[in-house]
Design a protein around this ligand. Structure first.
Ligand SMILES: C[S@@+](CC[C@H](N)C(=O)[O-])C[C@H]1O[C@@H](n2cnc3c(N)ncnc32)[C@H](O)[C@@H]1O
Length: 275
């Protein structure tokens, strides 16, 4: 399915009525999102346009040697083009890794963040993204003024760093950081509660068929402190996704912020239950 084809069913925002013309489309392949090259996903108009000329993609002298961050383990790359927070964003992807592709939850959360950044008080807030993949959400959060730490598995970090540098260099108040965070591993060692406080935890499409769901939950809990808000967007595909949600709700005060019926993406806001 074309990710950019116009939609007849608008997303349903539950906390308030907000109209968004564009919406996340469900993917042709349920396992891994389909790539689409050289297309701008306009969240405002819902239309797609070839916008290659508008991007100073190659040979930008203002970006410090981004090529050095390229991982050596992907044999081919494609690019996707987005527009959020008044800026064109280029995401370098590879279908060779789940972590090198933008998933539908990321697109949904970017829309939401853009439309609600003021009420969320994103300006100068601290945010950590877990399972950041190619980095679209971290980039948008950073463009909206947050101080962002984007994290993922080690083999994903090269492409993540590349995308983040390319899209935020000299465009953000706080330069985002990229760090390794393997769910459930060395959390207190690498992210001690006494040193790190996050206003927001961002997570998109981190729940799917994998063996680390308990470790994911442990990580979410570890990164929460009083006042921390977890924003989690996910495409719901499998019964195990709903099982995770039930477990999640036992641990977090959970509000459904938005849902996109066609794509089965839901966005949740959650705070840890402290008692
Ligand atoms: C489906 S992708 C989603 C990527 C991105 N958040 C998005 O929505 O476009 C899942 C992400 O979780 C990361 N991930 C999977 N298992 C992980 C683990 N055990 N620890 C840390 N990250 C993990 C993957 O590397 C990948 O980037």
């Amino acid at each position: 399915m074309d990710m950019c084809s116009s939609s007849t069913t608008p997303p349903v925002f539950l906390e308030e009525t907000v109209k968004i013309e564009d919406q996340v489309k469900s993917q042709e392949n349920e396992s891994i999102p389909k790539l689409q090259e050289n297309v701008v996903h306009s969240h405002v108009t819902g239309e797609c346009q070839d916008n290659r000329k508008d991007f100073n993609d190659e040979g930008s002298s203002s970006v410090p040697s981004p090529q050095k961050f390229l991982p050596i383990n992907y044999s081919s790359y494609t690019k996707e083009y987005y527009s959020y927070a008044g800026k064109n964003i280029i995401i370098q992807e590879s279908i060779e890794s789940y972590g090198a592709v933008v998933w539908p939850g990321a697109v949904a959360l970017c829309q939401y963040l853009e439309q609600h950044s003021e009420e969320l008080k994103f300006q100068d807030a601290t945010a950590i993204e877990i399972g950041a993949g190619p980095g679209l959400v971290s980039i948008v959060a950073s463009l909206l003024g947050a101080h962002v730490t984007a994290t993922d598995l080690p083999d994903v970090l090269g492409n993540l760093q590349y995308n983040i540098l390319k899209n935020t260099h000299k465009s953000t108040v706080h330069q985002p950081e990229v760090r390794e965070l393997v769910w459930g591993e060395d959390l207190e060692l690498n992210f001690p509660k006494s040193s790190y406080y996050y206003d927001f935890i961002l997570a998109t499409d981190v729940v799917y068929h994998h063996y680390f769901l308990d470790k994911l939950l442990t990580t979410m809990i570890h990164l929460c402190q009083p006042g921390t808000v977890l924003l989690w967007a996910n495409k719901f595909r499998f019964s195990t996704d709903y099982e995770f949600l039930e477990k999640f709700k036992q641990i977090f005060n959970t509000t459904l912020l938005a849902e996109f019926p066609e794509s089965t993406v839901k966005i949740f806001k959650a705070t840890l239950k402290w008692d």
